[in-house]
Design a protein around this ligand. Structure first.
Ligand code: ISE
Length: 338
């Protein structure tokens, strides 16, 4: 049994603790740290008596903790991921790997120096059955060469005063990652357009339209709208030379009533991606290495911040990624090293 230490048990961390306890095999929650000790105690108790730590670095260093899951605030990710690499422990870090390109670079370099892969970034959509289906159809050649990818990503409501950049760095960053993963291609140019803002957005430029061009010549557009009001929805359509494939609201339940058929929308992303989160954790615990790497985390932040710059300038921005490290850090951490 692998003992996982969790740093940060707010919305995501407590959900991960629940999944590790109830739905993932081969692991238990061994320890919990949170800035709010009462919250840490509650989650630890619900995780079959995991230990409560009062310091995150003590948790990382503890001999009874085999691997670490980081779900604390974004700005703390780099410090804890670097500490895990220094301790030689596998770490699953919620996105973003770091909110800055410099922070991501330090992590990629530290893992490179360590020599084997330790870092996984929580881009859970890579494990979503619907996205996997899309990738399978594309890879099988069913729709031919991909030309266009249309993404829609809507949240019901955002906090008032949300910075314009947060729509990209917090939400659309998932589409930036899944576009690279789905098309197996790099984003080389970005533009961001905004219509008149929704009155519901209290001053934030919401919605936004991102236009992404890939190295092989495909175009992807992303509608990100965080005050869409009606519910949480993520869908996309991939257009190829000989067909298209659509990922529509994959809710199995349909209500037929009073002359209408209707499907319920989730209030946020957790029900929509519940299976993706479970599979992501199982893959990580199994050491299968299917999750996003530190390099993927670097690219996501790099492209997201380029989109923010494009939003601010209103212009088209080329993306020049540095060379990815050609190192053993791409090797998967297998069971033996846990
Ligand atoms: C949230 O932070 C997430 O990561 C969700 O996956 C995303 O869909 C949502 O828009 C974000 O706010």
């Amino acid at each position: 049994m692998k003992r996982i230490g969790i740093i940060g048990v707010g919305i995501m961390g407590s959900d991960h603790a629940r999944l590790l306890t109830e739905a993932v095999s081969g692991a238990v929650v061994g320890g919990v740290f949170d800035l709010d000790p009462a919250r840490a105690t509650t989650v630890a108790a619900a995780s079959r008596g995991a230990r409560v730590f009062t310091d995150p670095h003590t948790l990382i260093a503890d001999d009874d903790i085999d691997a670490v899951l980081i779900a604390s605030s974004d700005a703390t990710h780099e410090e804890y991921v670097l500490a895990c690499i220094a301790a030689g422990k596998p770490v699953l870090c919620e996105k973003p790997l770091s909110p800055t390109v410099e922070g991501c670079t330090r992590i990629v370099e530290a893992e490179h120096r360590h020599g084997t892969r330790l870092v996984t970034v929580g881009f859970m959509r890579r494990f979503d059955p619907a996205y996997l289906d899309l990738k399978r159809m594309l890879t099988a050649g069913t729709i031919g060469v991909p030309l266009l990818l249309h993404h829609v990503h809507r949240n019901p409501a955002a906090v008032p005063g949300l910075p314009n950049s947060a729509l990209i760095t917090n939400s659309a960053v998932h589409e930036l990652d899944i576009t690279r993963w789905l098309l197996d291609d790099e984003i080389v140019e970005v533009t961001v357009h905004t219509p008149r803002p929704s009155k519901q957005a209290s001053g934030t430029r919401d919605p936004q339209m991102l236009m992404l061009r890939t190295a092989s010549g495909a175009l992807a557009d992303v509608e990100i709208f965080v005050n869409a009001r009606y519910g949480y929805e993520v869908r996309c359509e991939l257009v190829g030379e000989s067909g298209t494939v659509t990922m529509d609201a994959p809710t199995p339940t349909m209500l037929r009533h009073a002359g209408l058929g209707s499907r319920e929308f989730a209030a946020d992303w957790r029900p929509r991606f519940a299976e993706a989160y479970r599979r992501e954790l199982q893959d990580w615990v199994d050491g299968s290495g299917g999750g996003a790497t530190a390099w993927d985390g670097f690219v996501a932040t790099f492209v997201a911040l380029s989109c923010v710059a494009a939003l601010e300038s209103g212009g088209r921005l080329p993306i020049h990624l540095p060379e990815p490290p050609q190192v053993e850090s791409q090797r998967v951490v297998r069971d033996s090293s846990w």
